[in-house]
Design a protein around this ligand. Structure first.
Ligand code: GLC
Ligand code: CA
Length: 572
């Protein structure tokens, strides 16, 4: 067993490689591009990278449908190039996490191709979840009534094998049969392959779905997309399987972050609580649904109180028991400044949102382009979108509405908004490629881009850097407790981090005050706090230089989307 590195002190940057940076001019982001940008990532102040899948994949779900777990997609480079990136990242002091997608493979994976042949002596026969059809007279029916989360029903009939296979996601993503010990051995072998190479851990895709209820009962017929959820989420053997994988990870001191859609605090604690935990952190979804009901596609506009409720639930729920993964964006959600911020106050709200989550208790994750305040795109036809989930939503729900209205639903909900090329400069194709970009570049790159923001002391980019640096330099932010104030306010989100440094005989409180409104707004400090005794240490209206020169904010007043961070100290 090797000691784990201290992920609690770290922060991570997520790369969705296809749109990150193109190094060879074919219009597709790749490992050469990543190599060129490692210093940029380091300079942000993060400590590691999580790569969304970089393996060979037919891209039905852009990498989350893997056809070879032990290789690199030729679009992105080679294994040797990956090793170069890995070594350079390590030299810069950056950890590297890969995406481990084991709930399903691509239907083009050789295991699946073999499995379709069936047969008792075929070692791959039982790698996937196959069931006989149900019959209604002559008519073949799927084994149960589950819907897929991405495409129609969750079963696809295979002529060759004369059986149905289960796909919780797209048709081209057959679910693996984790109850088969051979499949679990494959998973461990994949983990070892990358860990032996020097990878530092994994983000584990939909990990709470990998064990299914073997009876596969019907779900509620009136619930679309997720009616099978109670029978494939947190299945009977999930904990045992995670324990098996945990053993491998711990041999290497690797860190494991599980993505767990629809999970609750209590369930999460069974995986990430205590010393015998089987995962280190969980990616929950509640904080992503402050403007929608259960899925971005059912949009209702942003409600601050709903966001605060989600933060409260997880911060208090895990405090003292487990560690949290903080995030506001990833490749599965639209851009946060378009959702929880305000484009009229793009710079202000984009930077406020950074402090709003990075200074909470947990390990922050940033998604590529988030640090620039990249925004959603709005394409004028569904054919221009590429995401299987967006197309499915468009073609399945709200069909009675006019096309423009349905397209608007896509604009606010699609994952494609997070998948447009990263905006590096105000030059051609936003500096993403010298060729023709594989996907639309957001036209606002003329002012939303890394090169310009790097030079602007008040930019969103520089504010992200300041937040990450502040967090890293502060024991209170790294280790302190979390407490929320004025939970009922629908304009201000306020929380405190507190830490008693016994060695120094000091207690420190850090108060983070975030405005979520376009109006100027006055606020009170909580009982026991006095502005006069506090020091303003971060503010998105004041540059770092100005702050050093002694500029401060008007206590008790917030400008539109201002964030103020105050520090208080007292002797113990
Ligand atoms: C996870 C991934 C998402 C993918 C899905 C199926 O939610 O983050 O991108 O589509 O799993 O693999
Ligand atoms: Ca390329």
């Amino acid at each position: 067993m090797k000691k784990q590195f201290d992920f609690r002190k770290m922060s991570f940057y997520q790369i969705w490689i296809r749109s990150f940076c193109d190094g060879n001019g074919d219009g597709i982001g790749d490992l050469y591009g990543v190599c060129d940008k490692l210093e940029y990532i380091k300079k942000l102040g993060v400590d590691g990278i999580w790569f969304s899948p970089i393996y060979p994949s037919p891209n039905a779900d852009y990498g989350y449908d893997i056809s070879d777990y032990k290789s690199i997609h030729p679009d992105y480079g080679t294994l040797d190039q990956f090793k170069i990136v890995l070594d350079k990242a390590h030299e810069l002091g950056l950890k590297v996490l890969l995406d481990l997608v084991i709930n399903h493979t691509s239907d083009e994976h050789p295991w699946f191709i073999e499995s379709c042949k069936g047969g008792k002596d075929n070692p791959y026969s039982d790698y996937y979840i196959w069931r006989d059809p149900r019959f209604k007279g002559e008519e073949k029916l799927p084994p149960n009534n589950w819907y897929s989360q991405f495409e129609g029903i969750a079963w696809e009939y295979n002529e060759q094998r004369e059986q149905y296979y289960l796909h919780v996601f797209a048709k081209k993503q057959p679910d693996l049969n984790m109850d088969n010990p051979r499949v679990r051995e494959e998973v461990k072998s994949i983990m070892r392959f990358w860990l032996d190479m020097g990878v530092d851990g994994f983000r584990e895709d939909v990990i709470n779905f990998i064990s299914k209820n073997p009876d596969m009962p019907d779900g509620w017929s009136f619930v679309p997309a997720i009616n099978g959820l109670p029978f494939y989420k947190d299945g009977p053997n999930l904990h045992d399987y995670l324990e098996e994988f945990r053993k491998v990870a711990l041999e290497y001191g690797a860190v494991q972050i599980g993505e767990a859609p629809f999970t609750t605090v209590n369930t999460a604690l069974t995986y990430i609580g205590g010393k015998d935990r089987v995962l280190d952190m969980l990616i929950q979804f509640d904080t992503m649904f402050a403007d929608c009901f259960m899925t971005e596609y059912v949009y209702h506009g942003f409600w601050l109180r709903k966001l605060k409720r989600a933060f409260r639930k997880w911060q208090y729920g895990l405090q003292g028991k487990a560690w949290f993964a903080l995030y506001l964006e990833n490749h599965d959600h639209p851009r946060v400044v378009s959702r929880y911020g305000n484009l009229r106050y793009w710079r202000e709200s984009g930077s406020m949102l950074a402090a709003c989550y990075i200074l909470q208790r947990g390990t922050p994750f940033l998604y590529q382009g988030q640090e620039l305040g990249m925004t959603n795109i709005a394409l004028n036809s569904i054919d221009k979108y590429i995401d299987v989930a967006a197309k499915n939503a468009y073609n399945s729900f709200f069909l009675w509405e006019p096309v423009e209205k349905r397209l608007k639903r896509i604009h606010v909900s699609t994952r494609d908004s997070s998948r447009t090329p990263v905006q590096w400069t105000d030059g051609p194709n936003a500096g993403f490629t010298t060729g023709k970009p594989w996907f639309y570049v957001n036209p606002n790159y003329s002012f939303v881009n890394a090169e310009m923001e790097d030079k602007d002391p008040r930019s969103i980019l520089n504010f992200y850097r300041r937040c990450l640096a502040l967090r890293k330099s502060s024991k209170t932010l790294l280790k302190g407790t979390y407490r929320e104030y004025f939970p009922c306010s629908s304009k201000v989100y306020m929380y405190e981090r507190r830490y008693a440094d016994k060695a120094k005989g000091l207690e420190e409180g850090i108060l983070v005050v975030c405005s979520f409104t376009t109006q100027e707004h006055s606020y009170r400090m909580p009982g026991g706090y006095n502005y006069k005794k506090g020091k303003l240490i971060l503010d998105n209206y004041i540059s770092e230089e100005e702050m050093k020169a002694g500029e401060t904010a008007e206590a008790g007043k917030l400008r539109p989307y201002e964030v103020q961070v105050w520090k208080f100290r007292k002797k113990l």
